[in-house]
Unconditional design. Structure first.
Length: 295
């Protein structure tokens, strides 16, 4: 099998989360428990992780969303997952592309799954079973919704590379996919909702911009610009190196954080362009991540 390209290889780095799990609404189930290490017969080996020529490991049960699915070898798939109880997970599904695979078509992006995984010595867990929680079928029938969902999953893939659980981030992603799948939510694929999702994602990742006062001096009035390097809005006395942020754009960002995702504020195109730039520059400077265009 060919080696994985570097940008296809799941990340293993960790980043401390400095956001409280209660910052976003939504009931969060307790993290799934993992089974213990396999029992080992005495007298066969001094290495408890190696039994009869096979690597012993841990069985992990978790719910997860497929962010990315890559063809690998003749019949396998490499999966980038975001899970409720384990954060980012890289996994391999062996034989997933065979005509009679037990996985069917459920290992494609956007699928929300209940998974059983084997965690051994490899960087990749092995998928042993997968059942569908929600496949979001209507999302796939709309080009606009499909594009919005793909960019949301890509944003999660780039920004949340920690293996630590972040239930608010998981709930946020699932909520957005559900909105995109709902025919009663015509604004779900709109740019306003996509940017509201990004602002909330920055919050749960610990990189929310400062919006209440000048990020440089703390002044609460005369906020006229935005500086990604400073991490938020800036006043007229500190605007050197910043770009102009209209009052409408400022209101949109504040309103997005204060409103449910399905009730994103409306704004003119000029203000939305400023919002996208503000979120993008904040994440570039402080998370060292560059997101794709929101639309």
């Amino acid at each position: 099998m060919p080696p994985l390209r570097q940008h296809d290889r799941p990340h293993r780095r960790r980043r401390a989360l400095d956001v409280l799990l209660s910052e976003l609404p939504g009931e969060v189930a307790a993290p799934a428990e993992t089974a213990g290490q396999a029992e080992i017969g005495s007298g066969f080996t001094s290495d408890p992780s190696f039994i009869f020529g096979f690597v012993a490991g841990t069985t992990v049960k978790t719910e997860a969303v497929v962010l990315r699915s890559i063809r690998y070898g003749e019949a396998d798939r490499i999966l980038h997952l975001y899970s409720k109880s384990r954060g980012r997970i890289g996994a391999i599904a062996k034989g997933a592309r065979k005509p009679r695979s037990r996985f069917g078509g459920r290992l494609e992006p956007f699928f929300r799954l209940d998974l059983m995984l084997h965690e051994g010595r490899s960087d990749l867990m092995t998928v042993t079973s997968a059942t569908t929680v929600d496949g979001y079928p209507r999302l796939r029938s709309s080009g606009a919704a499909l594009t919005a969902g793909a960019r949301a999953c890509d944003a999660v893939l780039r920004l949340l590379d920690s293996e630590e659980p972040n239930p608010p981030a998981y709930n946020l992603l699932c909520r957005y996919l559900a909105l995109l799948d709902d025919p009663a939510e015509p604004r779900a694929a709109a740019l306003e909702t996509a940017l509201s999702f990004r602002i909330k994602l920055a919050l749960v990742a610990g990189f929310a911009p400062e919006l209440a006062s000048c990020a440089r001096c703390g002044e609460a009035d005369h906020l006229v610009g935005f500086s990604g390097a400073a991490g938020g809005v800036v006043c007229s006395g500190c605007e050197a190196g910043a770009f102009t942020l209209d009052e409408e754009a400022h209101r949109f960002m504040v309103g997005s954080l204060a409103s449910p995702l399905g009730e994103a504020p409306e704004a003119e195109p000029r203000a939305l362009r400023q919002v996208e730039r503000a979120v993008g520059e904040t994440l570039e400077h402080h998370a060292h991540v560059q997101l794709r265009a929101a639309a």
